[in-house]
Design a protein around this ligand. Structure first.
Ligand code: GRG
Length: 323
């Protein structure tokens, strides 16, 4: 969890309960399936989606903390299930500092274990009620839609900023949105408050993905097994790249000639240099800041409560991490 969410009173104990419940959720008779399903749970991760659910429950809720923890667990299980699938699609060797499931056991095992995590998440959500179950099911659909939109646009230099935004809204923001909505809902928030939570989470998720995409282009070190420039090399053209391609930034024409197909190391370095020196990184940060402002504004009446204030500043804290 980021230090930012840890400022919320009660967050530490709630997150400890999430850890226990995550392990419990993948307890199964077959030890082989148990090892597959718990692999990335044990490996750690930032646990941002559960933290978002608990923060929202605390900002708007009056009800059961136990139910918020269960909602948080369901969201993290969906996240991990999607990572199992994503790592197969990406052929990633590492995740959360350990070998990926497909590298260790095989693609079939990774896909089915990912499905198993989704099934466990759905079971937990169904126990919380039909509305939470529907929110989670719809979110799983949005993750798939966002991911397919990205795959369809791979190596497409004509990918528009709008198409990029739609894709990241599905593949990333939707789960933060659901986490916040579910946290607030099961903690007893009313309709307006639940809608506010959903909006805070969605806008936070947009900032999260834009920042992640910027770091892929600007980072100086290998980040959690992904080398710098991984996205552009793999044909995933993210916000700064699209701004250079379609805006009036220097180097746009040359970048258009380099992209559109696989690149060797020297062309990748040249493309990265063009994007980094174009001004599009700064422009992308400004776009992310607009989303951060939306996230802060959506907190509305929860401002003044400790959790509301932390939530309101959470997206801006992601931007601050860019330095
Ligand atoms: C089967 C639910 C399901 C989905 C299939 C593969 C797929 C469709 C969607 C993948 C979506 C995806 C991987 C989006 C990226 C999300 C993202 C930013 C992951 C990294 O999140 P962090 O940094 O990771 O929070 P940790 O490990 O810290 O939790």
């Amino acid at each position: 969890m980021t230090a930012h969410f840890a400022k919320i009173p009660g967050m530490d104990s709630a997150m400890a309960a999430v850890e226990d419940a995550l392990r419990e959720a993948v307890r199964v008779e077959d030890p082989y399936l148990g090892r597959l399903a718990s692999h990335l749970i044990v490996a750690g991760g930032k646990r941002l989606r559960p933290a978002m659910a608990i923060a929202a429950g605390s900002a708007w809720g009056t009800g059961s903390q136990a139910e918020v923890v269960r909602a948080a667990v369901a969201c993290e299980l969906v996240h991990i299930g999607s990572l199992y699938h994503d790592d197969v699609m990406d052929e990633s060797p590492q995740r959360r500092g350990v070998a990926t499931v497909h590298t260790e056991w095989g693609n079939l095992q990774a896909i089915v274990a990912g499905d198993f995590l989704l099934a466990r998440a759905s079971e937990i959500a169904a126990d919380l009620g039909s509305r939470p179950a529907k929110i989670l099911a719809r979110t799983i659909g949005r993750l798939c839609e966002g991911q397919i939109a990205e795959v369809r646009d791979t190596y497409q230099t004509e990918r528009s900023v709008e198409r990029y935004m739609t894709s990241i809204s599905g593949k990333t923001a939707s789960l933060f949105s659901a986490a916040a909505e579910l946290g607030a809902l099961v903690a007893g928030a009313d309709e307006d408050q639940t809608a506010a939570a959903r909006e805070v989470g969605e806008a936070y998720g947009m900032v999260f993905q834009i920042v992640d995409d910027i770091l892929d282009l600007t980072g100086t070190v290998v980040r959690l097994g992904k080398p710098v420039g991984h996205d552009i090399k793999e044909g995933v053209y993210t916000l700064p790249v699209l701004l250079v391609l379609h805006g009036s930034y220097p180097g746009g024409e040359r970048l258009g000639m380099l992209l559109g197909a696989e690149m060797d190391e020297s062309h990748t370095s040249e493309a990265l240099h063009i994007v980094r020196s174009s001004g599009a990184i700064e422009a992308s940060i400004n776009i992310a800041r607009e989303w951060a402002n939306r996230s802060r504004d959506a907190v509305g009446t929860a401002r003044g409560r400790a959790a509301g204030d932390v939530l309101g500043n959470a997206a801006e804290a992601l931007l601050a991490s860019l330095g």
